[in-house]
Design a protein around this ligand. Structure first.
Ligand code: SF4
Ligand code: SF4
Length: 76
């Protein structure tokens, strides 16, 4: 069974570089339509249910604005 993940974006830390959007193989992430306090359009999770906790978005984020939680299906 595929892993299920939950991705949490800190919208105030996000500077809107969108590396994470390009890195996500399942198109979980998209640009928000509301600016954050820094004047950037942050990223938000629009297809949360597709996330497989692969960690790609977390690894490419230069501002550590992303946290990934593995929900189920973890191999032990
Ligand atoms: S952990 Fe993987 S599947 Fe989930 S949002 Fe990040 S890049 Fe996409
Ligand atoms: S990689 Fe990080 S800083 Fe860049 S858009 Fe994604 S969450 Fe924001």
């Amino acid at each position: 069974m595929a892993r299920k993940g939950k991705v949490v974006i800190n919208r105030e830390l996000c500077k809107g570089c969108y590396l994470c959007i390009r890195a996500c193989p399942l198109k979980v992430l998209e640009t928000d339509t509301e600016l954050n306090a820094s004047g950037a359009y942050p990223v938000k999770a629009v297809n949360q249910e597709k996330c497989i906790a692969c960690g790609n978005c977390y690894e490419v984020c230069p501002d550590v604005a992303i946290e990934i939680y593995e929900l189920e299906g973890a191999e032990t």
